[in-house]
Design a protein. Structure first.
Length: 359
């Protein structure tokens, strides 16, 4: 009897379905505006995620890429995910101007004229991702800690690790934190008003140490489908979390930013606050702003080509969306949304949302 390999079957199916947009619940057309009333959103009220799928049966992306937001919006998060035959670009947008929205799952239209971006980008306007592809037919990166540095004039916005059967992808997204002159959107800009920087050494001022904790676990089964609290580290806050699942392993990538001065004696160790910081166990259930970070991983069966489209993301009172990631393996897809409290909350179950404290 003739045996057909799993790879051949996947490629054949991909060819048949490459022209069909496959959201979580199957094939559909572009989001329709039927059944919705035009709604105005004030600045910062409309958050939307966009997953752009592209047919890529080869090696995947490798290089630096400038990212553009729709008019009236800014990019708050970006991730790149690669399966054997498709690439997925995941964007999270937030409106920076009042917009009129015909369908909350679609990008809105600014209610006022927005300035065209010139070669000089104001703070937060130039978002660029550096994707490094490496050949890795084995298990992928193991448990590790490391610290990231950004080019002058930029901050780290997001870090993501993605693994396919043969390749691994390290994606670091940066956003400018001051005015930069950009001659090529796919390259880092030059700071307009340069300020002489002092020697940093192994001591990091507040907000300058971006630390990555990567955890690998053996999981040959379905993968995560849960909501849980993201672990905290004294002297740091969580700024990003990503989940990636291969056939046999899963990878959790957490990015922390220091909120107090820290000393990093070893690049492969967690930073230590310069002055002792008392670890808050939250035994009273009270979390101050930014201290309660939750990740919600939603797993769905999808043995087709994956999701492509836009949809609104919302959060309960007292919380904001910190990060979104879409991941796809042979049989499942994973929607990962990370929330952080933007108000003080009272929490009875650390793995669930709390209630806003009355002021």
């Amino acid at each position: 009897m003739l045996k057909v390999s799993k790879k051949f079957k996947s490629l054949a199916l991909a060819g048949l379905l490459s022209l069909c947009i496959i959201p979580v619940n199957g094939c559909s057309s572009k989001n329709s505006n039927e059944g919705y009333e035009p709604t105005e959103y004030a600045e910062g009220e409309h958050q939307i995620v966009s997953v752009e799928k592209s047919f890529d049966p080869f090696f995947g992306k490798n290089g630096t890429y400038g990212l553009k937001a729709p008019e009236g919006y800014k990019i708050t998060d970006y991730d790149y995910d690669k399966t054997d035959y498709f690439g997925f670009d995941d964007y999270t947008y937030e409106n920076v101007a009042p917009v009129e929205v015909l369908n909350p799952n679609n990008i809105g239209t600014p209610l006022e004229e927005t300035e065209e971006v010139s070669e000089v980008y104001e703070s937060g306007e130039h978002v660029i991702v550096d994707i490094k592809r490496g050949f890795n037919p084995f298990f992928g990166k193991g448990d590790q800690v490391f610290h990231l540095t950004a080019p002058e004039g930029y901050d780290v916005l997001d870090y993501d690790y993605d693994k396919t059967d043969s390749f691994e992808f390290v994606n670091i997204t940066y956003v400018n934190n001051q005015q930069v002159k950009v001659n090529d959107i796919n390259q880092f800009g030059e700071v307009v008003d340069k300020v002489e920087s002092k020697e940093q050494g192994n001591t990091y001022d507040v907000g300058t140490d971006f630390m990555v904790v990567l955890n690998r676990s053996f999981n040959p089964l379905f993968g995560k489908d849960e909501m849980k609290e993201v672990p905290s580290i004294p002297g740091y806050v969580v700024v990003d979390y990503d989940y990636d699942k291969t056939d046999s392993f899963e990878f959790e990538t957490i990015v922390y930013k220091n909120i107090v001065p820290v000393v990093v004696e070893n690049e492969n160790e967690i930073g230590v606050p310069v002055s002792p910081v008392e670890e808050d166990t939250h035994s009273d259930g009270i979390y101050d702003e930014g201290e309660h970070v939750l990740v919600d991983i939603d797993r769905n069966l999808n043995f087709l080509t994956g999701y492509s489209g836009t949809k609104e993301v919302t959060s309960p009172d007292g919380y904001e969306v910190l990060d979104y990631d879409y991941d796809k393996n042979d049989d499942f897809e994973f929607d990962t949304i990370v929330y952080s409290n933007d108000e003080s909350v009272s929490v009875s179950d650390s793995n669930d949302f709390g209630k806003v404290l009355k002021k």
